[in-house]
Design a protein around this ligand. Structure first.
Ligand code: ZN
Length: 304
């Protein structure tokens, strides 16, 4: 019988966690994070050295497996980090810092920092152009946040979207989603996102908003679904996929994260993006994907 997940050694023991991380990150040889040389190092032993400390024979710098990752310089033990990653990957609708604090026994503030680092590791490297095979990409925008009370406090009047957070989303049909948190939604701000993310031979699908009229001409075709005419589905022309994402995103934000500050919204959105794009994998596969993304992204927080 398989070992129950919480009893797996790399969740229990710091040393095992380090070995586990080394095997994952350095499966093709130990890479020096300072100069990039592969396999040219020796292990520093002796009482004065931390376990796992290495020295590069090329650049003479010291390093361990966490240098250059979101775990670097953390006071949190590595096995607790790995447990946190697994728990977050196993939570289908996300996890609040309060929940993580209760589950792993760190303070809520520390849990909050850990969650932001884990989200950073969920960020895709750069996925290349969407649907360069000539498929369809849906684009849509949504608005989030700012209750009536907070609008009043900030002096906003009336209706409209000016005070809300704005998220633009692109979806390859049946495949991946990418979200972008933008300051303003105009044809001018949307165009650079669309042309930098979508292949020109792709077919663009949007609602009837005039925001997309001009940029739509850049692509192989631009199909429009006219919501105002009650036309939500017209054969293949639909933006239902993207609207499904938006409702899932908002449910997650509402249910798990009650107060999402504007400056952090991008990271929460990255998390939902990651969850969707890895939905077919197991919790452990998702955790491995997060660990694959920990490099080169250390956040400059002077905490935990
Ligand atoms: Zn080096």
């Amino acid at each position: 019988m398989a070992t129950p997940i919480p009893n797996q050694r790399h969740f229990q023991d710091e040393e095992k966690a380090r070995e586990y991380l080394e095997a994952l990150r350095w499966s093709n040889g130990v890479v020096c994070p300072h100069c990039g040389s592969v396999g040219k190092h020796y292990i520093l032993t002796g009482k004065s050295h931390r376990k796992g400390l290495r020295k590069c024979s090329d650049c003479r710098e010291q390093f361990s497996v966490t240098v250059g990752t979101v775990f670097e310089r953390s006071k949190i033990k590595l096995h607790i980090w790995l447990m946190a990653v697994h728990l977050v990957c196993a939570a289908k609708n996300g996890m609040s810092s309060m929940e993580l604090h209760r589950l792993i026994g760190v303070t809520q503030k520390t849990a909050w920092f850990m969650l932001h680092r884990i989200r950073e590791a969920m960020k895709p490297e750069s996925g290349g152009l969407m649907d360069s095979g000539g498929g369809t990409v849906e684009a849509d925008e949504t608005y989030w946040g700012n209750t009536k009370r907070s609008q009043a406090a900030k002096g906003y009047k009336g209706r409209g979207y000016a005070h809300k957070e704005k998220i633009v989303s692109l979806v390859e049909l049946g495949d991946k989603v990418r979200y972008f948190h933008v300051q303003t939604v105009t044809a001018k701000t949307l165009k650079p996102i669309l042309v930098s993310q979508i292949a020109l031979d792709a077919h663009l699908m949007t609602d009837e908003s005039s925001l997309y009229t001009k940029v739509g001409k850049e692509f192989a075709s631009h199909n429009v679904v006219t919501h105002s005419a009650g036309e939500y589905v017209r054969g293949m022309n639909h933006t239902n996929t993207i609207e499904g994402f938006f409702s899932r995103l908002k449910r997650g934000l509402m249910g798990t994260y009650h107060h999402v500050g504007s400056q952090h919204l991008g990271r929460y959105v990255t998390e939902f993006d990651f969850r969707y794009n890895t939905r077919k994998g197991t919790d452990a596969e998702r955790a491995t994907a997060v660990i694959g993304g920990i490099g080169g992204k250390r956040l400059m927080y002077c905490h935990s």
